[in-house]
Write a protein that binds this ligand. Structure first.
Ligand SMILES: [Zn+2]
Length: 312
């Protein structure tokens, strides 16, 4: 729009009716929010490279949906900073921060949809797009005194419209543990077996680890098989003082699964396990901005600034 047209719009505003003025205000606010999210996600992209061939030889290629587009000189394809991320092609960016806020506080899909003015199916799609990357953000190593446990859930087909009659619902396990530095490690498994534990956690333990495990338990067998020292005396004072952390994780997990999310489908269980792990990483929970950053990329997640509050 040229300056003359813009001035004409400004001069027309005093003649607007209350309704017209409100509509204008809402439109402008929605536009600002959308631009703000695009700006946040683009400025975070300090290390942009072509998502198709990883080349850094690219040029700017105009803007689309409020995001800078690039064209790779090597493979000739165009992209923006969200291409090939879980947030690619999602619409209504202006509501993303608000939605991340809803996720942080565990609002139901219905309430989140209502707050953000989106359809409930969109709220569901966003939830899992936002959580997809979280699965990759795991403790690389654990050490010191390590506590562990497991939770048994019944297989769930929530949301699946075609459930076979007389289907037998199997058990599903969430295996988890916490080390001396509060690093949480976890996995979902169809059994709580020695093989399952080995497959998930074999390379996780540092040499100095001391695993708390009762004699005869599968974790005890696991520790013995990897030559990890164990502490199996339940009367030990150290054991008593530590066990609170595990109980706290367990109650938080069940509270999120059953109270906030009202039960979860087994096929998405890993996403939710990752979510509880993320919650435990931050004392006051992750900010909406952190949720958004991690939804987009896991590359430098530990160094994201916590400055979302001014955007909400
Ligand atoms: Zn390329």
């Amino acid at each position: 729009m040229n300056n003359t047209d813009f001035k004409a719009v400004l001069s027309a505003i005093p003649g607007f009716s209350s309704l017209q003025f409100r509509l204008l205000k809402e439109n402008v606010q929605a536009r600002i929010k959308k631009k703000r999210v695009s700006h946040i996600l683009e400025t975070e992209s300090y290390n942009v490279k072509c998502p198709f061939c990883s080349s850094k030889n690219f040029i700017k290629w105009g803007r689309r949906t409020d995001m800078q587009r690039y064209r790779c000189k090597s493979c000739k394809r165009t992209f923006n900073s969200l291409t090939k991320t879980p947030l690619a092609r999602l619409q209504r960016k202006g509501h993303w921060l608000k939605y991340a806020h809803c996720l942080k506080y565990g609002f139901t899909l219905t309430k989140s949809a209502e707050i953000c003015g989106i359809h409930i199916s969109t709220a569901f799609r966003w939830r899992h797009r936002f959580l997809t990357n979280m699965k990759q953000i795991k403790a690389k190593k654990v050490g010191g005194v390590v506590e562990n446990g497991h939770l048994k859930l019944k297989e769930s087909f929530k949301g699946n419209r075609r459930i076979e009659c007389n289907r037998e619902y199997r058990d599903v396990f969430v295996l988890y543990g916490i080390d001396a530095n509060n690093n949480i490690f976890d996995a979902t498994d169809k059994s709580c077996s020695l093989d399952g534990l080995k497959e998930e956690f074999k390379s996780l333990f540092k040499l100095n680890s001391l695993m708390i495990a009762r004699k005869g338990s599968v974790y005890y067998e696991f520790a013995k098989s990897l030559k990890i020292q164990t502490l199996d005396d339940t009367s030990n004072t150290m054991f008593k003082s530590l066990s609170g952390r595990l109980e706290s994780y367990k109650s938080e997990f069940t509270s999120w699964i059953y109270d906030h999310f009202k039960g979860v489908a087994t096929k998405y269980l890993e996403n939710y396990v990752s979510w509880v792990r993320l919650l435990n990483e931050f004392k006051a929970g992750p900010s909406a901005l952190t949720i958004l950053y991690r939804a987009k990329s896991v590359e430098k997640y530990r160094h994201q600034p916590e400055k979302v509050k001014r955007f909400l």
